[in-house]
Structure formats: structure tokens, C-alpha cells
Design a protein around this ligand. Sequence first.
Ligand code: ATP
Ligand code: MG
Length: 404
Amino acid sequence: MKIDWRRNNTLTNFFFNCSSCDLESKTVIEDFLDKKLQKILNIKSEKLNDAIEKGIIKFFEFHTRPALQFRKGIGRIEDGTTIYFRDKIEIIRGFPKIRRTLLLSPTLKNHFEDEIVVEEKMNGYNVRIASIGDEIVALTRRGYMCPYTTKKAVEILDLSPFFNDNPDLVICGEMVGTENPYVSHYYEEIGNLGFRVFDLRKKISNEPLPIKDKQKILNKYGLPGVRVFGTFKVNEAPEKIKEIIKQVGENKREGVVMKDPEMEIPPLKYTSSRAHDDEIGYAFTYPFDFGRDFFFSRVIREGFQAYEMKESEKELQKRAQRLGESILNPMIKTIKNVASGNQATEDMTIDIENEEEAEEFLRYLHNLGVYAVIHKIEGNKAIIRRIHQSTTDKITNLLNGGLY
Ligand code: ATP
Ligand code: MG
């Protein structure tokens, strides 16, 4: 079936509204959508049509040229996949979801083959960096080009030599540190803001390079990779990882990602008790803004980890106490805060050169539907304040005698 792009008018509407798109590129895009995209991505034309009609595939204008964003996964194509129409058509696939294991044994033995590479799981936000024509862009998980991330990625990393030699690779990594507008976490070796690469993947196919090849390339171009704890035989891995995860937690770090050395088997993630409690603490700081599923899944993680660690009564008691404290303490703090007339807010610091940069970042957040304001600008730091409205309203209502 040929896709009738004109019938649902998406493309025509897009060009109608796109002041700087030339009509020549319309023909290129039509041709690409009709003839090539289905083949490259291996999705049926009916599915594509349907996705366009539902707005799952969305056209947008990027630096005066048309682009396409997959707002949800379709078939094997991950959500966050972005296509740029330049002299060359560039396809940057979304970063695949990593499944979680609750138990190390027997899951690792079932899932992996001979050996497992254990990498550190860094707690920040996922970024894909790619070269598009003569530009370098940094995309967040859902495929948005974040202006702050793009600027910082280029500042932190020396990317040109890498992309000159490897224009068809995408750098996948985590933006970490405290001056982080999405997930602020302190790492002593990083401080304000840093980047750690965990995968190199091919454009179009999303195929990851084997771990050894990745490490060779990272070394060659001086790009910082995530920490590697070691490579273990599947049989010995559970015991080793138990020890690693205890250390990771004690150092207030998040967890591990376990990978097949060839990257032919999908990786798995496993996290520390400390990370679970931190996230529960965050959720209960804004109890009416975070879903119950969020809470439930983290408690389940604790249950299975405690079981597998064969903890003594004393250790178990400690775990239970920490869990309880991370539920109650943050919530009580927020109730007190709202009771004294404040809103439930969350501050994030970003590093800026001028006020306009903070405003640009805020416009970007507003476009994503995130409600935030610039709270303060002090020198080259801007404090962006997010307001958690449901939590503020619900607590206010309850404090005024409302019923639950
Ligand atoms: P998802 O489960 O869909 O990946 P999530 O937001 O729940 O999304 P996390 O629980 O943080 O994600 O776990 C997956 C993420 O971990 C990856 O998307 C990546 O950003 C991050 N990550 C950190 N370190 C690594 C690593 N060494 N290898 C792979 N991913 C890593
Ligand atoms: Mg994460």
C-alpha cells in the first residue's frame, strides 16, 4: 500500500506552517516517506499512516529544516527516534529501554550466555549525541534537542575528532552532576556537570558496538566512559555483583548495568537499596504528584533484594528503618512547608552565560509542558523552580479540613 500523505494532510500542513522550509524538500520527504522509510525501519505503511494520523509521528522544524519525531514506539522503532532532513537524511534511533532484574540468581544465568560485563549505572539523564550535517546535537530521551544539554555536551567533550572520523555513530551517555536540570545527583569525581559514555550505536540500525570496540574508540578519542567493575562468568556473577552493589550503595551511587560483551543480548539493570530509598524519598517529597506505581515498584525491589542478600535480622531492621524514614520524613517536611504558606517546589541549578540562556531553557521546558519559573539568577547560575501543583493543592486542601 502506498502511503497517502496528502490525504491526512500532515505534511502539507507542516509545510504550510513552516516559514523557512522550501518546497523542494517537500518532494524529497514525500519520496523518502513513500518509498524508503518503511523499508529502512521495517514498519508496514498502514502502521506509519496510522501513527501520523494519531500524531505519534510528528513533523517539526529544526534550524530551518524539517525533522520527524517518534513520540511513541512503533513496531521495533523506539520512541524518541528522530529523523533530520538535511542534504543527507539522518536517522537517530531512540535509546532502547533496559529491563530490570529483581534477583541476580537465577536470572543472570538464564539471560546471559558466557560472560557478563558489569558497568556502573550512573544516575543522571540519558543523552544521545550525534552529528547532523555540520551541527552536533544532544537529544534527551524522547528525542527533543535540549539547548542546555547541547551547549554543555560540546563544552565538556572534545567531539569534533570523534565525529569527523565516525559520522555514523551516536554517542549514548548520561549527563550527571548537581548542575543538572533533570536529575541532580552529586558525584565526587564529577561535581557540577559531567558526561559519561555507556554505548556507541550506529545510526539507522541502532546496533551497539561490542564493549571492547567501544572502549578502544573511547580511549582513542579521549571520551570518558562509565566505570567498569569487571567481566565475570555467569556462574560467579551473582556473588560478585552482590558485593559490588553493597559498595555502590554505601558510596551513595545508583547501581549497575550488566551487558553481554558482544552486546548481542539486551542489557539488564540492577540498583542499590540506597537508590531505591532516594527515589522513594523524592516521590514522597511530592506525594500527590507521583503515581502509586512508582512507589510500589521500588518497595518490591527492596523486598527481593533483602531476600536474595539473606540479610540478618539486624540488617533487615536497618533496611526497614531506612525505607520507612524515606517515606515519612520527606512527606512531613513538605506538609510543614505547605502549612507555613509555601508551595511544594523543586529547585534546579543550571550554569548559564547570560539571562537569555536561562529564558531559552525555560521556553524549552514550557514547550514540553513542564511548569517552571526562573527563581533567581546569581552570576552565571540560574535557579529554575518547578512547582508541584497537585501536591501543593491537595495538602492545602487537607490542611484546611478537606476530606481524603
Ligand atoms: P528505561 O527503563 O526506559 O531505560 P528509566 O528512566 O526508567 O528508563 P533507568 O531506570 O535510569 O531509566 O535505567 C536506564 C537508563 O540508565 C538508561 O536509559 C541510561 O540513561 C542510564 N544508564 C546509566 N548508566 C548506564 C550504563 N552503564 N549503561 C546503560 N545505561 C546506563
Ligand atoms: Mg536513570
